[in-house]
Design a protein. Structure first.
Lengths: 690, 103, 166
């Protein structure tokens, strides 16, 4: 259960906190530099990207060390730096970053896993001609994600959140010539956008209600008690307070980014991107951003909940998480693409994390996030190694027997798989998942989530065994020869495998280091931690469930080597259930029939409006103008010019007429003279007569 | 009709005839002859007025006429010289054909 | 309005008409000489002896000769092909008629204002000579200059240029 956060009042920001902004800024700037490089400067691009992220890792370790030392000496560290961005009269829009245990842990995880994947990508993308562009986008993503992690201002977080979404779009659609990749990128962006709309509404409401966007600001921040009291007091309809409503809106944004139940459809399709992208973004970091967001605003999420109890927001989070966990695990059982199985597995585990947050608080959910990042990245990179070794083959039915041909990959993949399944005691996944199950078991609002999560654990073990049997055991069913991947790819795998095991140590009940680091004073290692009531039974239950799952999977798929054309064992057993699961529970089709159809209709209406009505108006105005222009031209040519020309012609003709006087004939001149004289004489005589 | 009027009419008639000749004949020389006739008619006018008009100054009319004769002579000389020169250039004295002012 | 006047008037007018109407240019020259003579006689009748004799000397004696010279030098005796009158002779005739009309009308309508017969002034040649040397000396000199210039000019104009045609 969630303990009250105990932090000393804000201290002046230390030097490491002052330069914390370098951690995201470095990779972002490098991304810009790489964007300017020529395509053939591959080594330079990858060196710049890896170098900047390594530097960020060093800074993150320094920050972590600083927080750790502060924590070990008894007072927890939360330091913020504030920058005033816009000032309008008396109100300001502030940006800033925060260094506390939560952000320190996340920083280390993101930079470390990111660095390993960057190195891995050097080998994986070696044959791709757009190598440089890849590292540019990867670097941009790393910078944006780190920005999300350190943000103290909801505005800065949202900006980096959107950047993360953008880079995800760019990287999913990296091979944009493939129509499926372009469509998947668009789907990802649009689906997360739906969540982001609600997120933005929540941000605006929060700002309107509390007057500040900063999380922590010396007592004036929106996550601090003063603001929370105000939020709880303001009503918001349907029995919710403003705090609850805003919390649900922000959770909607997190649900989009982290692929929770209604908005999960983009994640499996995102496997169209290169495998390093899947590993980094859709396993370890970006999808974890949603979970991190919920953890960040946890004071808000928790507001109003009694000690040890739950409120509306947390209940919603829990149920959504638990449903997602089971839903995705069911679908994963019936998939045949190696990456798609892992994608649905990720969705399922994200559900676990959300449920963990709702049931047990920040520490429980974040611990699973950290451990999951390592072993899921490991699994994806292992899958990438398999795909690379099988010459771009991705269907598990065309693989097999790879444990002999790709031993390093097999060993590390097996470690990852066991960690994911929650194999007891040695692997970190067991401890983190068990923490969630324990919180679920002790939840006061019902046992429903507990049973769902246990069922999900069984399914997880089952489908992972299925996948490993298909890929690594049995006979080789593919084309050509498989080969092991180069060292630049297998060494990161080994490193991640090590951590998949080692991190478990940080979360055992005997030494709950992780939880206390995030929330409390340092705790000592004591075996008595295992003596909590019901804990041993719980651990036994989950162990049993895991072994049942593993056994079932081995039984059905074990050493068999079904030919690709044959139907799956389960398909033969329960065809209707299999087809429903294989078709992903028809969620995409449901959306296609309703939301997308409506949207397409609306787009047609808008198109008609645009072309006929607005376009018609524009055309009418244009027509009017061109008519006017034609009229002017007519006037100009015929009246103005015409008059002028006519005048000139008349002048010319007149001149011609007058020129006839100059006939050159003397007698004409004489006659004119005579005429003039006659006229003059007549006038003179006449006037003198009168 | 007073004698003066008679003389004046005769002068007018001769003047008009001279004018008609100058305006209608084709030959350049005949135009000059017409002009001479006109001058003569003017002289007649002058003498007539000298004879029948008042005489504050006894000689004016006569002198006028004499000088007129002298000038007419000079002008005839020059004019005929010009006609001869043009004839040499254009080989004709027909005025209708001499309508190009360009030499 | 003596009979002499009418005869002289008829002579002069017919001479003028003949000048204008005859085809042969030499005949025209002769006719104009007759007109000059008539005018000279009219001068004599008007008691302007000097003017009359000057007229005979200058006009008949010099101008007429000049005209004949010019006619002969320009083959003017040949009848032109297109007729002797210009093809727009009517306009000229009308104009001349108009001029005569105006002049005649002026004369006839101012008859009452014209002075009646007075005695002829007595002018002797000695008076004329005196006047020329005293009162009219400037016009005299100018006319002399004019005559000189005219003479030189006429010579230059009518002279054969070098390289001219024969």
């Amino acid at each position: 259960m969630q303990e009250a956060l105990q932090f000393t009042p804000q201290v002046a920001a230390s030097s490491i906190a002052q330069i914390l902004w370098l951690i995201p800024a470095g990779p972002m700037v490098m991304s810009g530099v790489i964007a300017l490089l020529r395509q053939r400067r591959r080594t330079l691009a990858s060196t710049l990207a890896i170098g900047s992220l390594a530097f960020s890792l060093l800074l993150a370790l320094a920050a972590f060390g600083h927080v750790l030392s502060g924590w070990m000496s008894g007072h927890a560290v939360r330091e913020t730096v504030k920058i005033t961005w816009i000032q309008v009269g008396n109100s300001t829009v502030d940006l800033g970053w925060v260094l506390d245990p939560l952000s320190a842990v996340m920083l280390v995880m993101v930079t470390f896993v990111g660095l390993l994947i960057f190195i891995y990508s050097v080998g994986y993308m070696a044959h791709d001609e757009n190598f440089t562009r890849f590292f540019c986008f990867l670097s941009l993503f790393a910078g944006a994600m780190l920005g999300v992690v350190i943000a103290n201002s909801l505005l800065l977080l949202f900006m980096c959140w959107e950047l993360v979404g953008l880079t995800s779009y760019l990287l999913i659609g990296f091979w944009y010539q493939k129509p499926s990749a372009a469509a998947a990128a668009k789907k990802a962006f649009l689906t997360t956008r739906i969540g982001d709309v609600f997120f933005l509404l929540g941000i605006v409401w929060l700002f309107a209600q509390t007057g500040t966007l900063l999380f922590y600001n010396n007592g004036a921040g929106s996550m601090e008690p003063a603001a929370l009291v105000g939020l709880l007091a303001a009503p918001a309809g349907w029995g919710l307070s403003a705090a609850g409503a805003i919390a649900l809106l922000i959770f909607a944004g997190a649900a989009g980014k982290s692929g929770q139940l209604p908005l999960h459809v983009w994640l499996p399709d995102a496997m169209e991107g290169p495998t390093p992208v899947s590993a980094l973004i859709h396993a370890a970091t970006m999808v974890a951003a949603g979970v991190y967001l919920v953890a960040r605003v946890f004071p808000l999420m928790q507001a109003g909940a009694p000690m040890g109890g739950s409120n509306t927001a947390l209940t919603v989070v829990t149920w959504v998480g638990a449903s997602t966990a089971v839903f995705a695990a069911l679908i994963a059982v019936a998939q045949n693409d190696i990456k798609r199985i892992l994608a649905y597995s990720t969705v399922s585990q994200l559900g676990y994390m959300m449920a963990g947050l709702g049931l047990g608080g920040v520490a429980v959910g974040m611990f699973h996030l950290i451990t999951h990042a390592f072993f899921k990245a490991l699994l994806f990179m292992g899958a990438g190694s398999v795909i690379h070794g099988c010459h771009e083959e991705q269907d598990v039915r065309n693989m097999g027997g790879l444990w002999k041909k790709m031993p390093a990959t097999f060993a590390t993949y097996a470690i990852g798989m066991l960690a994911l399944s929650g194999f007891p005691l040695f692997f970190s996944g067991f401890w983190s998942k068990d923490a969630i199950l324990e919180s679920a078991h002790n939840w006061h609002s019902g046992k429903g989530p507990y049973f769902m999560l246990v069922f999900g654990a069984l399914l997880t073990a089952f489908y992972m065994t299925r996948q490993v049997s298909y890929v690594f055991f049995g006979k080789w069913r593919g084309h050509g020869h498989a080969h092991e991947s180069p060292r630049v790819m297998t060494v990161p795998l080994a490193l991640l495998a090590f951590f998949a095991i080692a991190l478990g140590v940080l979360g055992t009940p005997a030494w709950p280091w992780f939880r206390s680091f995030l929330t409390d004073k340092p705790a000592a290692f004591e075996w008595a931690g295992f003596n909590e009531p019901g804990l041993i039974q719980l651990m036994a239950t989950s162990t049993l469930v895991v072994f049942v799952g593993l056994g079932l999977g081995w039984l059905l798929y074990g050493n068999r080597s079904p030919k690709p054309e044959e139907a799956d064992v389960l398909e033969k057993a329960v065809p209707p259930i299999w087809s429903v699961l294989h078709n992903r529970l028809y969620v995409d089709e449901l959306y296609g029939g309703t939301v997308i159809a409506f949207y397409a209709w609306w787009a047609r209406v808008a198109d008609w409006l645009d072309r006929r009505v607005w376009g018609g108006m524009v055309a009418a105005v244009t027509g009017l103008f061109s008519l006017w222009a034609k009229l002017n031209r007519f006037l100009d040519t015929n009246w103005v010019d015409g008059t002028f020309d006519k005048g000139c012609e008349e002048l010319s003709a007149g001149g011609g007429l007058v020129a006839r006087v100059q006939s050159g004939r003397v007698q004409t001149y004489l006659r004119l003279l005579a005429l003039a004289v006659v006229v003059l004489a007549a006038i003179l005589i006449w006037s003198s007569r009168g | 009709m007073t004698p003066l009027a008679g003389y004046l009419l005769v002068a007018a008639l001769v003047f008009s005839i001279g004018l008609a000749g100058a305006l209608t004949r084709r030959n350049a020389i005949l135009v000059l002859i017409g002009i001479e006739l006109m001058l003569n008619a003017a002289n007649l006018n002058l003498i007539a007025f000298w004879r029948y008009g008042p005489h504050p100054e006894a000689l004016t009319g006569m002198m006028f006429a004499v000088f007129s004769i002298a000038v007419a002579a000079a002008e005839a000389a020059v004019g005929l010289g010009l006609v001869i020169s043009i004839y040499r250039h254009a080989h004709t004295t027909d005025l209708d054909e001499m309508n190009r002012m360009k030499g | 309005m003596t009979i002499v006047f009418w005869i002289l008037a008829a002579l002069t007018v017919s001479g003028g008409l003949a000048t204008v109407l005859l085809k042969n240019t030499v005949h025209c020259a002769l006719a104009v000489t007759g007109a000059f003579a008539g005018l000279a006689l009219m001068f004599l009748q008007l008691d302007a002896q000097f003017a009359g004799f000057a007229q005979i000397l200058v006009y008949i004696g010099a101008v007429a000769i000049l005209v004949v010279f010019a006619i002969l030098l320009t083959r003017g005796s040949e009848t032109p092909k297109g007729g002797i009158f210009s093809h727009t002779w009517l306009a000229g005739l009308c104009l001349a008629a108009a001029v005569f009309a105006v002049l005649g009308w002026a004369v006839l309508s101012s008859q009452h204002a014209l002075p009646l017969e007075a005695g002829s002034p007595v002018v002797s040649v000695m008076d004329i000579g005196n006047a020329l040397m005293s009162r009219y000396v400037l016009p005299l000199e100018i006319v002399a200059l004019l005559l000189t210039a005219a003479m030189i000019g006429a010579v230059i104009v009518a002279m054969h240029e070098k390289g001219d045609l024969k």
